[in-house]
Design a protein around this ligand. Structure first.
Ligand code: ZN
Length: 320
């Protein structure tokens, strides 16, 4: 159980950089079978898409988001980045995914074994490293009408993210003292941290892979921009902010991201972390049944809708 006053600490969402937005949508919806739960813009750069994929409900712990910039050069994976993003499936679904990757002509490695679980790994069209981990505790993902893979095999949110770091101690301190994780073992140069629940709830694991002499990563297409952790509500977010500030972190003020409220800080190993509230969630501006169907804008950009829509790169047609 989580310590009193400490947050749950699981992963809320992961945000990465991509190049071609259409190719990104096709891969994550048609190949990986995720739901496009929100098509909106980068609130800090409204001529760029911000695409959110998740399970049918758009639940925290299932959300992978992208800023796709057409023509963006590839980044370089290295220290100071969240490099691997792993999804959960139940062990009986691993062969389904192997068959699916073969059919879709996606090269993959594995299955290999890590902490007693089978892992397959591959890359998205921009080179982002994706893993699928078979976990006996994985739950069946929330479905939706028209989901492209059978519900019992669908990716059931995040298993983990793996941070590549020079060393793990200072990042471990932030994870355990401010974000609700606890140490859960090591395997080779990989150090595992799990959040309070550890019961198959999506997003409860962070791994740190230590390579003291490896090069630093560089941002670009196919790299993770930031990892967001969950706060149950605004009060918990503010408590987490105080804990981070007390630990010497420079933390932003709370920012309204429409679907959640967020604070950001760069953890000691160099990865941009966010803490995002579970509420209000993705059904705040469109019905749960038609999530992701239409371009949604925050209230302050709504007056510029026509101009913004005209400048955005082409995407799959609106629906719903
Ligand atoms: Zn974020």
């Amino acid at each position: 159980m989580p310590d009193a006053g400490k947050p749950f600490g699981g992963i809320h969402h992961v945000t990465a950089l991509a190049s071609d937005p259409m190719r990104n949508v096709v891969f994550y919806t048609q190949v990986l079978g995720l739901r496009l739960v929100k098509r909106t813009v980068n609130f800090d750069d409204p001529n760029t898409w911000h695409l959110y994929y998740g399970d049918g409900a758009g639940g925290p712990g299932t959300i992978l988001t992208f800023f796709p910039f057409p023509g963006l050069p590839a980044g370089r994976h290295g220290n100071g980045q969240a490099v691997e993003t792993a999804f959960l499936v139940r062990p009986a679904s691993l062969s389904f995914w192997i068959d699916r990757l073969v059919t879709q002509r996606i090269e993959f490695e594995g299955p290999t074994e890590r902490f007693g679980q089978k892992v397959i790994r591959f890359r998205d069209p921009d080179g982002l490293q994706i893993e699928i981990v078979a976990d006996a505790k994985a739950k069946v993902a929330a479905g939706w009408d028209g989901m492209p893979v059978p519900a019992e095999h669908a990716l059931a949110g995040f298993h983990s993210v793996t941070l590549w770091e020079q060393g793990y101690e200072r990042t471990a301190q932030i994870l355990t003292e401010a974000l609700g994780f606890r140490t859960a073992g090591e395997e080779g140069s990989r150090f595992r941290f799990v959040s309070g629940r550890g019961d198959g709830t999506p997003g409860h694991i962070v791994d740190i892979r230590c390579s003291p002499d490896f090069w630093r990563g560089a941002p670009g297409a196919g790299t993770v921009h930031h990892v967001a952790f969950r706060a149950a509500d605004d009060a918990e977010e503010l408590q987490t902010r105080e804990r981070l500030a007390a630990a010497g972190q420079n933390v932003t003020p709370v920012l309204d991201r429409k679907y959640f409220r967020s604070i950001y800080f760069r953890e000691p190993g160099g990865v941009l972390f966010e803490v995002a509230t579970d509420p209000p969630g993705f059904a705040v501006d469109e019905p749960a049944a038609s999530l992701g169907g239409k371009l949604q804008l925050p209230r302050w950009l709504e007056p510029r809708r026509d101009e913004i829509a005209a400048k955005l790169p082409e995407l799959a047609p609106e629906a719903g």
